[in-house]
Write a protein that binds this ligand. Structure first.
Ligand code: NDP
Length: 433
């Protein structure tokens, strides 16, 4: 905190992990030495660079680009790129730190990294986004590679942006390596990658419910966000018999009094992914109530799936969810619950999965995209989905193994300890580097 006093979300992420680790380290002192914790919180490398580009009016704009290469103990750095005006070094260090443990949980050989820029794609033309992506990659390309660092998407970086970034990478490097994941199907992408994070989050919710002999059928789910993760979380919830009551964006939330229907989901995807319009427009078009400036957590529900952004669910929201009878929270976003909210869920002994466990299906399927690229052979959707399902099963098992406490599973402790053990063993084996 003294070294980087302004990186509050990074401190929050570290505090959450180290709180889980404290009793574990006391019982397993060989993990407490060799500066392991000090090394875990210090990125192996941070790259920060200027991204100049020209807007449609001919003005030069300058953004700040980053790549945080956090930890490569178990494989090449892997983690998304975020384009959002709130991006700064502290946000990316938090995301890269989380990614290290998450990637450890997937059982695949991927280290942790994260990057992005304080660029806001909202309201920009396709040409502006393309020029920005090309300028961003003109610096980034020298720092990444199929065996070095393999970025993917995150907030503000979807299929369109990955396409522009990949095109520029290829042009500069003269290589068609598996250097980005989330690619389009026609140039090396994997089936099920767009769906993976949302699907995986819902699989995880199902596994948690099964520990209490319960299922998704008939459950009322409140979802936040309306981007990639939220859309496919809604899709899997609908397929598995749950009711979706809300989706949101940064301006407010839409309420589905009778539950979202398949045509309403299709219309949401079209609005967000093709027209890139706002939810207020969607609510109007669908004749649904829109709650401007509010988050969806006060809507009575059985399940909550925060799929938007960090710290979008605080102590007051947690109290409302609990008072309304919510029995399960599965995080699709990274660190959407504040520490106080997470503590409230654990104290109430409801089923609560932290993002690094429940949203790991996205990066896991990115790992599967890398495997398919290396084989030069795409797998059918069923095969990728089967791997995804198995990986989520294994993550859930790892959480049970490390998080069971007197008949209750603390999934936060389980995920943090299981991820730590994998990375720590590799770091100890590789010496002090
Ligand atoms: P998208 O850009 O596709 O969607 C983001 C959604 O979150 C939008 O609805 C957006 O609304 C909303 N949102 C973003 N910032 C804020 C904010 N400050 N306040 C309220 N709402 C906000 O991103 P993704 O769906 O890919 O990512 C969502 C979350 O999931 C992030 O936390 C990300 O790190 C995490 N994640 C994503 C993975 C992936 O595979 N894509 C993998 C694992 C985790 P608006 O349009 O108004 O900005």
């Amino acid at each position: 905190k003294q070294r980087d006093p302004h990186q509050a979300v990074f401190h929050q992420a570290v505090e959450e992990v180290f709180t889980s680790l404290t009793p574990f380290l006391a019982a397993n002192p060989h993990y407490a030495g060799q500066g392991l914790l000090e090394r875990l919180v210090e990125p192996e490398r941070v790259i920060m660079f200027r991204v100049p580009w020209m807007d449609d009016a001919g003005n030069v704009q300058v953004n700040r680009g980053f790549r945080v290469q956090m930890n490569s103990a178990i494989g090449p750095y892997k983690g998304g790129l975020r384009f959002h005006p709130s991006v700064n070094l502290g946000v990316l260090k938090f995301l890269a730190f989380e990614q290290v443990f998450k990637n450890g949980l997937t059982t695949l050989p991927m280290g942790g990294g994260k990057g992005g820029a304080d660029f806001d794609p909202k309201g920009k033309s396709d040409h502006e986004v393309m020029r920005f992506c090309q300028s961003f990659m003109t610096e980034l390309f020298r720092h990444i590679g199929a065996d070095t660092d393999v970025p993917a998407g995150d907030i503000g970086v979807g299929g369109r942006e990955i396409g522009y970034l990949f095109g520029q990478y290829k042009r500069l490097s003269n290589e068609s390596a598996s250097v980005l994941t989330g690619k389009g199907l026609s140039y090396g992408g994997s089936l099920i990658r767009p769906e993976a994070t949302g699907y995986g989050t819902v699989y995880f919710a199902e596994f948690m419910l099964a520990t209490r002999n319960d299922t998704l059928a008939g459950k009322r789910a409140v979802v936040s966000g309306s981007g990639n993760v939220a859309q496919y979380a809604c899709e899997k919830l609908l397929h598995n018999g749950a009711q979706v009551l809300t989706v949101s964006d940064s301006d407010g939330f839409v309420y589905f009094p009778h539950g979202m229907t398949e045509p309403q989901l299709a219309a949401l995807k079209e609005l967000k992914n093709e027209r890139r319009a706002r939810l207020a427009v969607y609510a109007e078009e669908q004749g649904l109530p829109y709650h401007q400036g509010l988050r969806p957590w006060h809507v009575p529900c059985d399940l909550a799936l925060p799929c938007a952004t960090q710290n979008e669910l605080d102590e007051t929201d947690a109290a409302a969810l609990l008072a309304n009878g919510c029995i399960c929270v599965a995080e699709g976003a990274n660190m959407p619950s504040t520490i106080a909210a997470a503590d409230a869920f654990i104290k109430a002994k409801i089923l609560y999965a932290p993002g690094k466990a429940s949203n790991a299906g996205g990066v896991a399927t990115s790992g599967l995209e890398m495997s398919q690229n290396a084989l030069r052979m795409p797998w059918p959707a069923e095969e990728v989905d089967r791997h995804l399902y198995n990986i989520m099963t294994n993550i859930h098992e790892a959480c049970l193994q490390h998080g069971r406490q007197n008949g209750f599973t603390n999934y936060v402790d389980g995920a943090n300890i299981a991820g730590f053990v994998k990375v720590a063993d590799a770091m100890l084996a590789q010496g002090i580097v």
